[in-house]
Design a protein around this ligand. Structure first.
Ligand code: NAD
Ligand code: DAU
Length: 352
C-alpha cells in the first residue's frame, strides 16, 4: 500500500539505519527524512539511498512548530517515526535546556502537528516514538530487568526529557485519540555511531593510541544491541504494534564497561597487528559521570512473544563488524570529529 512516512532524526546514528531499511524494503512508501543536521546529523550516512525515488530529505528543526506544521501540510504523512533528539547523556549534564527544547518541546510540536493533520481521520495513521530504557532509572546488579510496566524513574536530564516526551505521547493518545506506539530500547552499537559514545570513542582512541576513558570504576552495566536489530524491531512495531502500547527492545547482552573495553581492546589488537594486551594499556580511569546509572537490562519478551522479533547477532560478531566498519571508514570519523566536536571533546576531558 502507498504511504508517506516522516522519519525524524534520519541523518543520525539509528535514524540512518531505519531510513535505509525502509527505503530499500518498501519502494511503495515515500520516506521523508526530517532532520535539522545538528552536530550528530550527517547526510553522508545515507549516500547509498540519497538518489532513491522514494526518498526525500527535508532540513527542519522540530523545535519550530510553524515549520513542522507546514511540512506536515505539504507531505500529509500517514505515519511518523520520531527519532530526532539530543541523545548524549554527558551533553545533557552540561546543557539540559537543549534537551528540554528538542526532546520535550520538539516531540510536542510533532504530536500536535500530527493531531491537527489527522483529527478528521485517525484510522490507519500511526505516531511512533523511539525512546530509551533510561526512562526506567537504574537497576541493582541483582538479575532483575526493566519490563514495560516498570515505574519511570529517570535520573539524568537526558532521561528526564525522554520520560517527559513519552508521557506527552501517551497524553496525546489518551486525550485526543492519537494512534501512538512507543518503544524503549537499550544501548545500540554499530556503524555510523557518533564517536562521543563509549564504543566508537574507544575504537577511535585505540586506533590513535590515545587514552580510553572509563568513568568511575568501570563497573556500570549496559545491555548492548546491534543497531540493525533495533531498526528491524522498529519496522515490526511500526507495522504490527498495538495502538497505545509500549514495547521494550534489548539485546539480552549485559556487559560491564570494563569487560566490554577489554574485549574491544583484544579485537583491535588482533585487527591492528598489535601484541595481545597492548591496547588495554591505554585504559584510563577518569572521574565518574554525575548521577551515573549502575545497570540497565531489558526484558524484551513481550516483543518476542507478540511480534516475533529477536536479536540476530552475537555481541562478538557485531563488535567485529563494527570495528571493521570504523577501520574502513576513517575519513568519516575524521570529518565528524573535526571542528565543533574537537572543541567539545577537549573540554570534556580537560574537566576529568
Ligand atoms: P543521534 O544523536 O545519533 O541522532 C539524532 C539525530 O536527530 C541527528 O541526525 C540530529 O541532527 C537530529 N536532531 C537533533 N535535534 C534535532 C532537532 N531539533 N530537529 C530535527 N532534528 C534534530 O541519536 P541516536 O543515537 O541515533 O538516537 C536516535 C533516537 O533513539 C533518540 O530519540 C534516542 O533517544 C533514541 N535511543 C537511542 C539509543 C542509543 O543507544 N543510541 C538507545 C535507545 C533509544
Ligand atoms: O540505554 C540507552 C541509551 O544508551 C540511549 O538512550 C542514549 O541515547 C545512548 O547515548 C546510550 O546512553 P549511555 O549513557 O548508556 O551511553 P554511552 O555510550 O555514553 O555510555 C555507555 C557507558 O559507558 C556508560 O556507563 C558511561 C560509560 N562511559 C561513557 C563514555 C562516553 C565511559 O566509561 N567512558 C566514556 O568516555
Amino acid at each position: 500500500m502507498k504511504k508517506t512516512i516522516i522519519i525524524t532524526g534520519g541523518a543520525g546514528f539509528i535514524g540512518s539505519h531505519v531510513v535505509r531499511l525502509f527505503v530499500n524494503k518498501y519502494p511503495e512508501y515515500q520516506i521523508v527524512n526530517l532532520d535539522a543536521l545538528t552536530y550528530a546529523g550527517n547526510l553522508e550516512n545515507l549516500t547509498d539511498v540519497a538518489k532513491s525515488p522514494n526518498y526525500t530529505f527535508v532540513k527542519a528543526d522540530i523545535t519550530d512548530y510553524e515549520t513542522i506544521s507546514a511540512i506536515f501540510a505539504q507531505y500529509k504523512p500517514d505515519g511518523v517515526i520520531h527519532l530526532a533528539a539530543e541523545s548524549h547523556v554527558d551533553r545533557s549534564i552540561t546543557d539540559p535546556f537543549a534537551f528540554i527544547r528538542t526532546n520535550v518541546m520538539g516531540t510536542c510540536n510533532l504530536l500536535h502537528a500530527a493531531k491537527e493533520l489527522w483529527k478528521e481521520q485517525m484510522e490507519g495513521k500511526r505516531f511512533y516514538h523511539v525512546s530509551t530504557d533510561e526512562v526506567y532509572g537504574a537497576l541493582e546488579n541483582d538479575g532483575t530487568f526493566f519490563v514495560e510496566t516498570t515505574k519511570y524513574d529517570p535520573h539524568s536530564p537526558y532521561s528526564a526529557s525522554k520520560a517527559s516526551s513519552d508521557h506527552f505521547v501517551r497524553a496525546y493518545h489518551d486525550t485526543y485519540g492519537l494512534p501512538v506506539v512507543i518503544s524503549n530500547c537499550s544501548n545500540n552499537y554499530g556503524s555510523h555511531h557518533f564517536p562521543e559514545k563509549l564504543i566508537p570513542l574507544a575504537i577511535n582512541n585505540i586506533k590513535h593510541k590515545r587514552p580510553i576513558p572509563i568513568y568511575g570504576k568501570g563497573e556500570n552495566i549496559r545491555d548492548w544491541l546491534f543497531v540493525e536489530d533495533h531498526a528491524r524491531a522498529i519496522d515490526v512495531i511500526f507495522h504490527s504494534g498495538k495502538n497505545g502500547d509500549t514495547y521494550n527492545i534489548g539485546g539480552n547482552n549485559e556487559w560491564t564497561n570494563n569487560d566490554l573495553i577489554h574485549l574491544l581492546c583484544s579485537i583491535m589488537d588482533r585487527k591492528l597487528g598489535r601484541t595481545d594486551g597492548e591496547s588495554a594499556k591505554l585504559i584510563t580511569y577518569v572521574t565518574d559521570r554525575a548521577g551515573h546509572d549502575l545497570r540497565y537490562a531489558i526484558d524484551s519478551s513481550k516483543l518476542q512473544r507478540e511480534l516475533g522479533w529477536k536479536p540476530s547477532l552475537q555481541f562478538e560478531e557485531g563488535l567485529e563488524k563494527t570495528v571493521d566498519w570504523y577501520l574502513a571508514n576513517e575519513a568519516w570519523v575524521d570529518r565528524i570529529t573535526s571542528g565543533e566536536y574537537q572543541q567539545y571533546y577537549e573540554q570534556q576531558y580537560s574537566n576529568r
